[in-house]
Design a protein around this ligand. Structure first.
Ligand code: AP5
Length: 228
């Protein structure tokens, strides 16, 4: 069982690293941000505050997110492990997850992607995403071969609604106030937390550091990875 919690500020590279880990480990990528955006697209959040909350950069309620994750982790494909991306993000979520994992006899490893805030705005304003396959690009750090089109399937790349500078600042503020303290919680209760410097190295070099931390040796050539 490989239970990985990818932890870090907006733009630290959680989604990028999660995609590589899931390809190498054949375990699902459980991203609360992706799940919430999918629910909004399907119209499942009509009449709720979820969409407006996300558009403002604030955090969605713990009750909604805890339930969503617990249901997801109960699915058969998560029986051998999972990569959590963007969860837990509050002390209440972390306590809920720890209690649930303890009950299942699972011990997680928390990978903290530490990134200098000065580069985050560039990373997020330059992010582009393929709506079909989810591949992530950056117009500066990791551009597609043909501008605006996905290398894998030629789909037109999109900009996320919350990647506007004022909203990014709200997301960073929520991270500082509500999410960063979760790291201290994990350390205080003696869980394994691995700090990975993810500021300047390209995605593949960051991935190698994570791989060494969780596997101890060897490497994995990410199949089809676009993250040079
Ligand atoms: P979510 O979707 O989780 O967004 P986030 O945490 O703000 O993180 P991002 O997806 O923006 O960044 P990332 O760390 O994944 O970086 P990425 O790999 O894309 O959450 C969105 C919203 O949903 C929240 O604001 C909240 O409202 C709600 N929500 C979600 N989870 C919640 C929860 N648990 N509780 C309550 N509310 C919740 O990389 C970013 C860019 O940088 C890309 O362009 C990439 O190509 C580039 N890049 C990546 N790595 C590198 C590198 N090493 N070098 C250079 N460029 C890089």
């Amino acid at each position: 069982m490989m239970a990985i919690v990818l932890f870090g500020s907006p733009g630290s590279g959680k989604g990028t690293q999660a995609k590589m880990l899931t390809e190498c480990l054949s375990i699902p990528h459980v991203s609360t941000g992706d799940m919430l955006r999918a629910r909004i697209r399907k119209g499942a959040e009509q009449g709720t505050s979820v969409e407006a909350t996300m558009q403002s950069g604030a955090l969605v309620s713990d009750e909604v997110v805890n339930l969503m994750v617990q249901e997801r982790l109960r699915q058969a494909d998560a029986a051998k492990g999972f990569v959590l991306d963007g969860y837990p993000r509050t002390l209440m979520q972390a306590e809920h997850l720890c209690g649930w994992l303890d009950g299942c006899g699972i011990r997680e490893v928390v990978i903290h992607l530490a990134v200098d805030y000065n580069i985050i705005i560039d990373r997020l304003t330059g992010r582009r995403e393929c709506p079909r396959c989810g591949t992530l690009y950056n117009v500066t750090f990791n551009p597609p071969k043909v501008e605006g089109l996905c290398d894998r399937d030629g789909e037109k790349l999109q900009i996320r609604d919350d990647d506007q500078e004022p909203v990014i600042r709200g997301r960073l503020d929520a991270y500082d106030r509500q999410t960063h303290p979760v790291l201290e919680f994990y350390r205080a209760i003696g869980r394994r937390v691995v700090d990975v410097d993810a500021s300047t190295d390209p995605p593949k070099a960051v991935f190698e550091k994570i791989w060494q931390a969780i596997k101890g040796n060897g490497s994995c050539a990410v199949p089809g990875g676009n993250n040079a």
